[in-house]
Design a protein around this ligand. Sequence first.
Ligand SMILES: C[S@@+](CC[C@H](N)C(=O)[O-])C[C@H]1O[C@@H](n2cnc3c(N)ncnc32)[C@H](O)[C@@H]1O
Length: 225
Amino acid sequence: MAQNQGGNNGGVRQPDGARDVTEFDQRAATYDDGWRGAWHGEIVTRVGGIARKVAPGAETILDVGCGTGRLLADLAAMRPDATLIGVDPAPAMVEAARQRAAGRFEVKQAAAEALPLPDSSVDLALSVLSFDHWADQEAGLKEVRRVLRPGGVVVVADLFGTWLLLTTIVGRARRRIRGPRVMEAVCITTGMAPRAWQELQRVGPLPVVQALVADYSVPMTRKRK
Ligand SMILES: C[S@@+](CC[C@H](N)C(=O)[O-])C[C@H]1O[C@@H](n2cnc3c(N)ncnc32)[C@H](O)[C@@H]1O
């Protein structure tokens, strides 16, 4: 799936994903501030609640595109027994998350498309408001599936809604996945089974931020006699 549409940054053409990472790198110091920081914080809190419900016994939890590490800090308080790992490609976000971690969780500089983790090593993978920025969303989901243990769960929270497709078309034509049905289809392509949508925020009658809960369930294979 070709996702990169390119963008212009001071006259230098950058792939979309790289441009997003540069922007987040520059915003890291003030990312949690203001109304936008408060809004992100609310979504993070809700995803923490979903995480607790869908995989209460998860031993290893990964946050893909962890930003300043707010979700990981919440999880560290809820699940001090779990191994918590965050990844983010923006160096300043990684630095901010490491400062917040104070040893309670590990943060690696990496993108979703190349997760620095072994196969089948994660019980629960979470991603909050990051998926829309992945340079290659399908490649990122494949990586998530690779690192999930059989039976593992993924929660991807972002802007999903059929009506949001309009903003994609009218806007910068970034060709991001916005339609819930398309998201489900891509999940299935990558080997994960969509289970449920959780609504996190709506504007009037329109859902804006939603989370897809999917899992990596390996079909039972019957032993030959
Ligand atoms: C809107 S912020 C969300 C941060 C955090 N999850 C939160 O909710 O506070 C998006 C984050 O995704 C990261 N990001 C951008 N491209 C990424 C990619 N390809 N893989 C993983 N994370 C990416 C950015 O660096 C940024 O920290």
